[in-house]
Design a protein around this ligand. Structure first.
Ligand code: SF4
Length: 246
């Protein structure tokens, strides 16, 4: 049986977050999410028409009717020219809600230089297990409860990171004006225990919808304290907004 999914958009750009910032990538944004973070700036509701960029950076989109098959989505991705592409990014929304689709789709999008880069909220370990063999990089969020407003998800994150650590893993936590030292300490404990070789990225929140920004001194203090336990802790804001990219 062919599995279809709803896409929001496909475009080519550069990675705007984390240790691979600046790498050329093709992005596949899936509809739907299992969380509702207070700082979310991404459309996640399914739409009748997905938009596909014709020219990287120009935002000259054409429309494709949803839902799409894996074959159709892979044809659209390959049309960007994957030979110059670091990796194909699965983003959302939450891509792991589409586990069945991904198992059909990912074997069809070979040809990038380094494979598949999964951006995920890090809460669906069973779905990750189903696609783990098909991804190269995992950028997994850990949701700090006071910052995200999602409620505690520590056990889900623990199970997820235990598995994700088998791949090249970046752990990201958004920090803002509400972030508490206790929740950052708990994050650091989790990474130190479960995936100590992962890069930990503290990402200052991009203030949207009245979300308070993090105080720079507090951000540096979070990083410094985390570095007492972990080998690689970086403070990296979202950079794609600087060049007006998606
Ligand atoms: S997990 Fe990501 S896409 Fe989902 S609500 Fe939170 S910020 Fe938005």
């Amino acid at each position: 049986m062919t599995i279809e999914t709803s896409l929001i958009e496909l475009f080519a750009s550069v990675q705007g977050e984390g240790p691979l910032v600046g790498c050329a990538q093709v992005f596949v944004r899936f509809a739907r999410c299992n969380l509702a973070c207070r700082y979310c700036d991404t459309p996640v509701q399914p739409v009748p028409l997905a938009r596909v960029e014709r020219t990287p950076g120009r935002r000259d989109f054409f429309s494709v009717a949803n839902p799409v098959t894996a074959a159709e989505a892979s044809r659209l991705v390959r049309a960007f020219g994957l030979e110059f592409c670091h990796s194909v990014v699965l983003t959302g929304g939450e891509p792991l809600l589409q586990e069945g689709f991904l198992r059909e789709f990912l074997p069809l999008v070979g040809g990038s230089r380094h494979g598949v880069y999964l951006e995920t909220n890090g809460t669906l370990p069973d779905a990750l297990a189903g696609v783990l063999d098909l991804v190269t990089f995992i950028a997994a969020d850990v949701k700090l409860p006071l910052t995200s407003g999602t409620g505690p998800l520590w056990e889900e994150h623990r199970r997820f990171l235990s598995l994700a650590g088998k791949k090249t893993l970046f752990v990201k936590a958004v920090i803002g004006g509400r972030t508490g030292q206790d929740e950052v300490d708990r994050l650091v404990d989790l990474v130190a225990e479960v995936c100590p070789n992962a890069v930990l990225v503290l990402q200052p929140v991009t203030p949207v919808g009245g979300v308070p920004p993090v105080d720079p001194a507090a951000a540096l203090a979070f990083q410094r304290r985390a570095l007492a336990r972990l080998g690689d802790v970086r403070l990296i804001p979202q950079t794609h907004h600087v060049m007006g990219q998606l």
